[in-house]
Design a protein around this ligand. Structure first.
Ligand SMILES: [Zn+2]
Length: 215
């Protein structure tokens, strides 16, 4: 029997998670420690599964994810920390397949972390961009006050006003939305956000530029 199955025989994910300080409700739900979880999204018992970010696995997987260890290291940590009656000696040699699996799991974890980081960066950068857009629209409004109607009814300004509710909608998602909504925006509307922000910038230049020319 491998140390993995022996560890799992002695310990379920819930016990491991609780042992490392995760508060779990009576119904087996907990706030996921692997994403920014405000309401409990993780079901945890024999195994764990997060309904929001999708991670899941057994006790060993939990510990390996939590502490950035290989599956083997995580199993050893559990044996040590929980004083499990599992003899590691003589089982320390991993087969080539196991080593290969551990390596590919690690690579996959790194890939996920990388995407996650890129996503978080994009979110905070986009909040700034969209706030700038709203400021531009407001500035344009102030700038156009008292100007002749053909400035005020210019296509540039109309485009800005048209984009305003959409920008508010995106900002709501990014500032108070849940992870799924943010992820949806990132996956589906990333291009559109850039396009709208670009149009606002061009619109402002158009408005300021054409009035400067006529002044
Ligand atoms: Zn999660």
């Amino acid at each position: 029997m491998s140390i993995f199955s022996e560890v799992k025989e002695h310990l379920i994910a819930r016990q491991a998670a609780e042992g490392y300080g995760l508060p779990i409700k009576r119904n087996g739900m907990a706030c996921c420690p692997f994403h920014d979880d405000k309401h409990p999204s993780m079901k945890i018992d024999q195994n764990y599964h997060c309904f929001a970010c999708g991670v899941g696995g057994d006790a060993i997987d939990y510990v390996s994810r939590m502490f950035g260890l290989t599956q083997y290291e995580a199993a050893c940590k559990l044996i040590e920390d929980f004083s499990l009656p599992v003899d590691v000696k003589g089982k320390a040699c991993l087969s080539i397949q196991e080593k290969k699996r551990i390596r590919s799991e690690k690579a996959e974890r790194e890939r996920i972390t990388h995407i996650q980081k890129r996503f978080e960066k994009w979110c905070s950068r986009t909040v700034d961009t969209l706030k700038d857009c709203l400021a531009e629209i407001e500035n344009a409004g102030v700038f156009l006050t008292g100007k002749p109607p053909d400035f005020i009814f210019s296509e540039d300004y109309a485009q800005m006003l048209h984009a305003e509710p959409l920008i508010h909608y995106w900002l709501d998602i990014l500032c108070i939305g849940d992870v799924l909504e943010k992820r949806g925006l990132f996956l589906k509307d990333r291009k559109k956000v850039e396009e709208v922000a670009g149009n606002i910038c061009a619109g402002r230049q158009g408005i300021m530029g054409c009035s400067r020319g006529s002044a």
